[in-house]
Write a protein that binds this ligand. Structure first.
Ligand code: PRP
Ligand code: URA
Length: 207
């Protein structure tokens, strides 16, 4: 199910970072700030457990998030989203998945996966700024499920309707959080209006 994460501050940050004149250091900072602002919405329905809570005055009831959290940035561009999530979720573990879209076929090619052993017991938040055709997100979910993950959600900065549709068709149970739903894909699989190649802009590898 799609969850747009709407907020005036997110919209303003996104407007500024779409600009091709926004340099990498500023682009990284803005992506990080948006990621942090998305955390409350992305985690709003996490299951909690009642625990005893000591105050200086008396014993009361408190809450803890029931399951551990694992953040899974899709390399490379997902790394740009990671620190903003870790700022608010410092207790989270981090798994990494490496996928590179073949520029001709647009099919994601897996090259790396490293995760903590307890995938099945944890809440998994997959991070990638861009959901374009949906191929990378679908491959990430497939390989994490194969490795034992059960409680998965996906967070992105900009999504195309084509990618939302594909991910929902493949995994209807996965919640998709996006800061913005853009118009469509162009013939090269780039999101319009989009922001260009997120990985290149984050890491200064633009041609
Ligand atoms: C980009 C982006 C997503 C993917 C989205 O990564 O970060 O992972 O494309 O496209 P899709 O929905 O059509 O699969 P890319 O493969 O360019 O690698 P990078 O992060 O290393 O730049
Ligand atoms: N990946 C990107 O980085 N940007 C797009 O527009 C599509 C896929």
């Amino acid at each position: 199910m799609l969850h747009p994460v709407e907020h005036p501050l997110i919209a303003e940050e996104l407007t500024k970072l779409r600009d091709p004149a926004c340099p990498s250091p500023e682009f990284r900072q803005r992506v990080r700030r948006i990621a942090s602002m998305m955390v409350p919405a992305v985690t709003a329905n996490l299951e909690t457990t009642i625990v005893p809570c000591n105050t200086p005055l008396e014993l009361t009831a408190g809450l803890k998030v029931t399951r551990g959290i694992i953040l899974v940035p899709i390399l490379r561009a997902g790394l740009g989203f990671l620190d903003g999530f870790l700022d608010l979720l410092p207790q989270a573990s981090v798994a990494h998945i490496g996928l590179a879209r073949n520029e001709q076929t647009l099919v994601p090619e897996p090259y790396y996966l490293k995760h903590p052993p307890e995938l099945g017991e944890c809440e998994i938040i997959i991070l990638d700024p861009m959901l374009a055709t949906g191929g990378s997100a679908i491959e990430a979910v497939r390989s994490l499920r194969e490795a034992g993950a059960r409680h998965l959600r996906f967070a992105c900065l900009v999504a195309a309707p084509e990618g939302i549709f594909a991910l929902e068709q493949a995994y209807p149970e996965i919640a998709i959080y996006t800061a913005c739903l853009d118009r469509c894909l162009n013939s090269s699989g780039y999101i319009l209006p989009g922001l260009g190649d997120a990985g290149d802009r984050l890491f200064g590898t633009c041609r």
